[in-house]
Design a protein around this ligand. Structure first.
Ligand code: ATP
Length: 218
């Protein structure tokens, strides 16, 4: 894996989690936060941490933002700061910007500015939790677009003992089973018609949200 250079601006709960994970994965991570105490706390868990106000153009310029592979703007609550920092990063030539949005409108503004990827951690986690609480056996859900999702579900009882050919999900629902997982170690990543669902199997499937809903999978 190629070692990458990351700049994380704002080390609240989200930013510090992103920064620490990247560092643990062997990447170079520079963290910037305006709060000295937060900088102190994180300094031994990342490559380098500095106290600076990222809404200052001089401060950002001094960091050499265009040198980083990815810049993460992890300021959520102070929306104005998040927007200002993102504009400055664009102007200074940051190569790829990921920013956390607190609301849909905040996200819209960030996209207009030209932020490459906008994330909504609270909204997404809330949706995942809600799905997992109301849908049977759902383990994970990735929304590919507004129309399609990938789901990971525990095989429903009525499917146990049947083969993928019997279930015929592709023809009946337009759903493709892309993996079958049995226990920790045994994952079949190209399941075929002859593969039989066993109790406790985990099905990973991709399909239209409408169809996944019919099965109670989202
Ligand atoms: P989380 O939910 O991840 O804890 P949050 O959404 O509450 O974070 P904020 O508290 O607004 O986000 O900001 C996260 C961090 O960003 C804080 O530690 C704050 O000190 C820092 N921060 C806010 N504005 C700036 C700025 N202009 N320059 C540098 N750091 C900033």
């Amino acid at each position: 894996m190629k070692r990458k250079q990351f700049l994380v601006i704002g080390a609240g709960r989200f930013g510090s989690s992103v920064a620490r994970t990247l560092y643990e994965q062997g990447h170079d991570v520079l963290v910037v936060d305006s709060n000295e105490a937060i900088v102190q706390q994180i300094s031994d868990k990342v490559t380098h941490a500095v106290a600076a106000n990222a809404t200052s153009e001089e401060a950002l310029e001094a960091l050499g933002v265009q040198e980083f592979d990815v810049v993460v703007v992890a300021i959520g609550h102070e929306m104005q700061n998040s927007i200002m920092v993102s504009i400055l990063l664009k102007e200074l030539g940051a190569r790829y910007i990921v920013a956390k949005a607190q609301t849909e409108l905040h996200g819209k503004v960030l996209r207009k500015i030209g932020v490459n990827r906008v994330v909504f951690p609270e909204r997404d986690m809330g949706q995942k939790l809600a799905h997992s609480l109301v849908s049977r056996n759902i383990i994970d859900l990735i929304e590919l677009s507004e129309t399609y999702s990938v789901v990971e579900v525990e095989a429903p009882q009525e499917m146990v003992g049947r083969t993928l050919q019997d279930l015929n999900l592709r023809v009946r629902y337009g759903i493709n089973v892309i993996a079958l997982r049995r226990g920790e170690k045994d994952t079949n990543i190209s399941p075929g018609g002859e593969d039989k669902i066993a109790p406790g199997d985990v099905i990973v499937a991709v399909g239209e949200n409408k169809a996944l809903k019919k099965l109670g999978w989202i």
